[in-house]
Design a protein around this ligand. Structure first.
Ligand code: SF4
Length: 267
């Protein structure tokens, strides 16, 4: 199987190719024409009652080879990787590797490779953690996490999006008020991509049932009180009764890294 390429065209490239190296299809960016938006709306309605696997199959058929998936290796993302391994294992999958991820998260990437033969591309910021902290006089996540997420996640996703038409995300509607409004298929203004959320209607119990039923690998930190895992400095374990995302940016009013926030989509 040929894996996804991760090829910055230069050190400061604004374009990163996530497409399979054997893809010869010519890329033209998608435009949110009235016709495309009407198609997405119609498909989103139609797919409301479809299974996650059916939604993914439609996405692959409609958008490959310009279809990709972003994952932070959470339980939801792991079920999508499992389904893609059966439906379209050539789909490029990427992780925004901020340099601050848990060792357990990076080890899970290796387990994905061993289990499915899928090499998740790591998209890294141009500056290493050391260079970035040196530039800002220390860790920016302590003083300005919004900027840190922008620099080390959003900017990198924007670069990756430059060669794509559509991406799958693993959000579920019951995770937060913002996510409750996510369509199954919609136009993502921030990244100029079609965003597909095959698990939008899934419950947490359904996700974990699939993991258990199929012995899907998952991050061992989930068994240690971390239901939602991001970067190590911005994630803590939660206690009984806390919201499942209470451990993310705890002590600040930040609740999202910005990849999935509704405000950005509606700007
Ligand atoms: Fe920086 Fe924290 Fe955002 Fe990671 S989650 S990019 S460390 S602010």
């Amino acid at each position: 199987m040929s894996g996804p390429t991760f090829t910055p065209k230069s050190t400061h490239s604004a374009e990163i190719s996530l497409r399979n190296s054997d893809s010869t299809a010519h890329f033209e960016p998608l435009q949110p024409t009235d016709e495309l938006l009407a198609e997405l709306s119609e498909q989103s309605q139609r797919l409301e009652t479809a299974s996650p696997a059916e939604i993914l199959s439609w996405a692959v058929e409609r958008f490959a080879p310009f279809f990709s998936m972003a994952t932070a290796f959470g339980p939801e993302g792991m079920t999508i990787i499992h389904m893609l391994a059966e439906i379209a294992p050539e789909t490029p999958i990427f992780n925004l590797d901020t340099g601050y991820q848990f060792a357990e998260t990076l080890e899970l990437r290796e387990r994905v490779k061993a289990r499915y033969g899928i090499e998740v591309a790591l998209i890294k910021p141009e500056l290493s953690v050391e260079e970035y902290e040196s530039l800002h006089g220390g860790p920016l996540y302590k003083t300005n996490p919004q900027q840190c997420c922008f620099d080390r996640k959003l900017t990198q996703l924007q670069k990756a999006a430059a060669g794509l038409h559509a991406w799958a995300s693993a959000i579920r509607r019951e995770q937060s008020p913002d996510r409750a409004q996510a369509p199954i298929v919609g136009w993502d203004k921030k990244f100029s991509l079609v965003k597909i959320s095959p698990l939008a209607n899934s419950t947490k119990a359904e996700v974990w049932k699939m993991i258990t039923d199929h012995d899907i690998p998952y991050n061992p930190l989930h068994d240690q009180g971390y239901p939602s895992i991001g970067c190590q400095p911005c994630t803590r374990a939660i206690t009984l009764g806390e919201d499942e995302r209470a451990g993310r940016w705890s002590g600040t009013n930040k609740v999202e890294c910005g990849l999935h926030s509704i405000q950005d989509k509606e700007d």
